[in-house]
Write a protein that binds this ligand. Structure first.
Ligand SMILES: Nc1ncnc2c1ncn2[C@@H]1O[C@H](COP(=O)(O)OP(=O)(O)OP(=O)(O)O)[C@@H](O)[C@H]1O
Ligand code: SF4
Ligand SMILES: [Mg+2]
Length: 364
């Protein structure tokens, strides 16, 4: 077990002034017939002005629920939230966040087709929030819409404003989404896999555009991505989610250079990135994510972890804080204890959970 201090509340980025967001022990659950599905189970982070927090993790780990709930987008009457989220120092858990939408907080999604109205012209879709949130008249809204389309790099904005979403390419639609999301000049933007549906060159263009607009407006952003290459190049800090929890978080470079959590390591080995050489062999993570209604006792990653020891099965590893780096593991990667744990499992041919381990330390 590590000798480092154990604390509940880990790292933060860019927090000299009052942070844009301060999230403490935040939980979101859905009441289901089987019991409470703990989609977000005690997440902590702080996000300063102009900074980007990257959020990575497998499908179902709670990335979208975390961000949507912070924004106050309640999808179901069975949804409950607990803990604390301070927006510019003000508690917002349990309050209606709708007055902030568009103006203070905004969001862009993976698939613009699901968020754009297919039967409404682009101009109207950009103009309506401007009139509603910012009180502009029709003429002002039309002028601003043209300006916004120019800012997101759409040529011939006048013509585009008169078109419907299906007349635009995927990349163009995503730019329209960005224009709508940023029209009210929010100071916090959630970008939930904003480029996953797009091809590689368009992805890069959209991410560069987001970065440029973010810098110009000094906007704080959470960037949810499946691509660790994107996460590495475009975030200040990273949060690695698993089964509703943050297993590791640190400044991005620290996390990549000195990763501690076996899940982060496994994730990096399993996910293709834009930077990965084509011939790189990827190792999928064996097994599946934990049941969030009845999570396993002990470490939630134990059934899939090649280092798992008996204590991993019985005890829940607390979050260890080492400066601005936090992780929840009894045998952190890069330590002697971790090496010994793997050697023990290789010798036994399996982990403490019974996951087979090969002679070269692989699990399948
Ligand atoms: N309305 C709901 N009722 C019950 N469970 C829900 C509801 N919405 C989400 N969940 C559950 O919450 C968990 C987290 O979902 P979430 O959409 O946040 O995952 P994600 O990390 O964004 O995954 P992906 O990478 O696939 O987008 C999942 O297990 C999901 O099934
Ligand atoms: S070594 Fe143990 S505590 Fe660490 S991730 Fe693996 S199972 Fe969890
Ligand atoms: Mg999601």
């Amino acid at each position: 077990m590590s000798e480092l201090a154990v604390e509940a509340n880990p790292v933060s980025v860019g927090t000299n002034a009052t942070p844009v967001l301060e999230v403490k022990d935040y939980k979101v659950g859905f009441k289901t017939e089987r019991g409470l599905a703990r989609a977000v189970d005690g997440v902590n982070f702080t996000l300063g002005t102009g900074k980007t927090l990257g959020i990575v993790g497998e499908s179902g780990s709670g990335k979208s629920v975390l961000n949507r709930s912070i924004m106050g987008l309640v999808v179901s009457s069975r949804q409950i939230e607990e803990g604390s989220v301070k927006f510019h120092g003000q508690e917002i858990v349990g309050t209606n966040r709708q007055p902030y939408w568009g103006k203070k907080m905004s969001m862009i999604f993976q698939d613009p087709m699901t968020s754009l109205n297919p039967v409404m012209k682009i101009g109207k879709q950009i103009g309506e929030p401007l009139r509603m949130h910012l009180g502009m008249d029709k003429k002002q809204a039309a002028e601003r819409a043209t300006e916004l389309l120019t800012q997101v790099g759409i040529p011939e904005p006048g013509r585009r404003l008169k078109q419907y979403p299906h007349e635009l390419s995927g990349g163009m639609r995503q730019r329209v989404m960005i224009a709508i999301a940023l029209s009210g000049e929010p100071d916090f933007l959630v970008a939930d896999e904003p480029t996953t549906a797009l091809d590689v060159t368009v992805q890069k263009y959209i991410l560069d555009l987001l970065r440029k607009l973010q810098v110009e407006r000094n906007m704080a952003m959470t960037l949810i991505t499946h691509d660790l290459g994107v996460a590495r190049g475009r975030t200040d800090e990273l949060l690695v989610m698993y089964g509703g929890r943050s297993l590791e978080q640190a400044p991005t470079e620290t996390l990549f250079n000195n990763m501690r959590h076996p899940y982060t390591e496994a994730l990096l080995e399993s996910i293709p990135t834009l930077d990965h050489a084509k011939h790189t062999r990827l190792n999928p993570i064996p097994g599946s994510p934990p049941d969030i209604v009845n999570p396993p006792k002990g470490c939630r990653f134990a059934p899939r972890c090649k280092y798992a020891q008996p204590e991993c099965v019985t005890d829940d590893p607390p979050s260890v804080v080492d400066g601005d780096h936090a992780y929840a593991c009894f045998f952190p990667v890069g330590t002697e204890a971790n090496q010994l744990a793997l050697e023990k499992n290789i010798a036994a041919g399996e982990t403490a959970v019974g996951l087979p381990v090969t002679k070269n330390g692989q699990v399948f």
